[in-house]
Design a protein around this ligand. Structure first.
Ligand code: TK8
Length: 373
């Protein structure tokens, strides 16, 4: 909580102070602006706000877009790509203000802001979304997706579309799936090589009952917590560890407070690009198409950025002194067997027939991917 409050206080001071002297480019939170001549995609790749021509004063519509991760993460680079496309395609008539590092709140709070139309865009993981539309739980079933290619096909196919459609009942519009990635475990106590090593570890989990129950089944002590509070909790020893994809572990500097990394790959986490339904419905049809296409195009860019850096993140973690443990397929199979009763319970809860369809879609996608190889 202290880190979040500090971040919010800092960004509030930055926005208030700079806006008072008309620094409109700083009104997007803590974005640096691209150096002269740096093109926008290059700026996006560097996680920097480009020195774009558009300003909120010229725009009819302003999108406040907030995420929990910092501006080094591919999720923020993707958001800058979205900003660039939308402002270009609408000649600045739609302006996008970007905020990172939980400046606008945590995932749940930002989704509630979308429901109230006090914020227009956020891009959370599916796990917290499951608290609004329970069928999204299925994407957090441990070991559901064998690889990114299968995940892309299922998420971008009929099953993914069907779930996005359910968000409208919650006053949100789902425009695209982006990539958080395969989640791995870090902790400060000892290497995690097999299921037994979870015994007694206090692990922060996302605010999602399936994650809580699965890690309890593995013998850990799961603690649900908003992402913005996680670093401080690890720093103070409130939790021994956490689980997130490599990009987050490295780019959020978890190596400063964690000693052991294990590539459990226990869940593939999608992000969902969410927009306030009230705001979306108020856009002219032409602009609705532009934001839809921009979310998909920026998502393809973000997935590619996320994947291409994973090997580098892993070697960086080792260089920063983390002990790297490779988890065997046998150990993963044992973990899956242990949590299977939890998966079965949630399958019943969200609809066994629907879950069967998802597993069938995974199987079909796997065959497609193998044929394409
Ligand atoms: C960032 C979170 C993060 C997620 C988590 O806002 O909470 O651990 O993996 O990416 O959404």
């Amino acid at each position: 909580m202290k880190k979040t409050l500090l971040t919010s206080a800092l960004s509030f001071a930055l926005v208030t102070g700079l806006t008072a002297c008309g620094g409109e480019e700083e009104s997007n939170g803590e974005n640096g602006s691209a150096s002269e001549g740096e093109d926008t995609e290059e700026a996006a790749e560097n996680g920097e706000e480009s020195g774009g021509e558009a300003t909120s004063e010229d725009a009819t519509y302003t999108i406040e877009a907030g995420i929990g991760l910092n501006n080094k993460h591919p999720q923020y680079k993707g958001l800058l790509e979205f900003k660039e496309i939308v402002e270009e395609e609408t000649d600045g008539d739609v302006f996008v203000e970007t905020y990172h590092s939980s400046q606008l709140g945590d995932d749940r709070e930002m989704m509630e802001s979308l429901q109230l139309n006090t914020q227009e865009v956020t891009i959370p993981s599916t796990a917290p979304i499951a608290n609004f539309v329970e069928e999204f739980t299925v994407f957090d079933f441990p070991f559901l997706f064998p690889n990114e290619q299968v995940a892309d096909q299922v998420l971008d196919g009929e099953i993914g579309d069907r779930l996005l459609g359910k968000l409208e009942e919650e006053e949100m519009v789902g425009l695209a799936y982006w990539e958080n990635g395969f989640r791995d475990v870090t902790n400060s106590q000892h290497p995690v090589e097999t299921a037994e090593d979870f015994e007694g570890l206090t692990l922060r989990t996302m605010e999602n009952d399936l994650h809580l129950d699965a890690f309890s089944e593995l013998g850990a002590n799961p603690t649900p917590m908003a992402f913005g509070e996680l670093f401080t909790a690890m720093q103070q020893g409130t939790v021994d560890g956490q689980e997130n994809p490599l990009a987050t572990i490295y780019l959020e500097s978890f190596y400063e407070v964690q000693d052991y990394y294990s590539d459990t790959h226990h869940v593939y986490s999608p992000f969902v690009f969410l927009m306030s339904k009230q705001f979306y419905d108020g856009l002219p049809d032409e602009y609705q198409t532009i934001v839809e296409d921009a979310a998909v195009e920026a998502g393809e860019f973000q997935r590619e950025q996320n994947r291409k850096a994973n090997e580098e993140h892993l070697s960086n973690l080792e260089e920063e002194g983390m002990e790297i443990t490779e988890v065997s397929d046998e150990a993963r199979a044992e973990m899956k067997e242990i949590v299977q009763p939890v998966i079965d319970d949630y399958a019943e809860e969200i609809g066994a027939d629907f879950v069967d369809e998802v597993y069938q879609a995974v199987e079909d996608a796997q065959e497609n991917v193998e044929e394409e190889e």
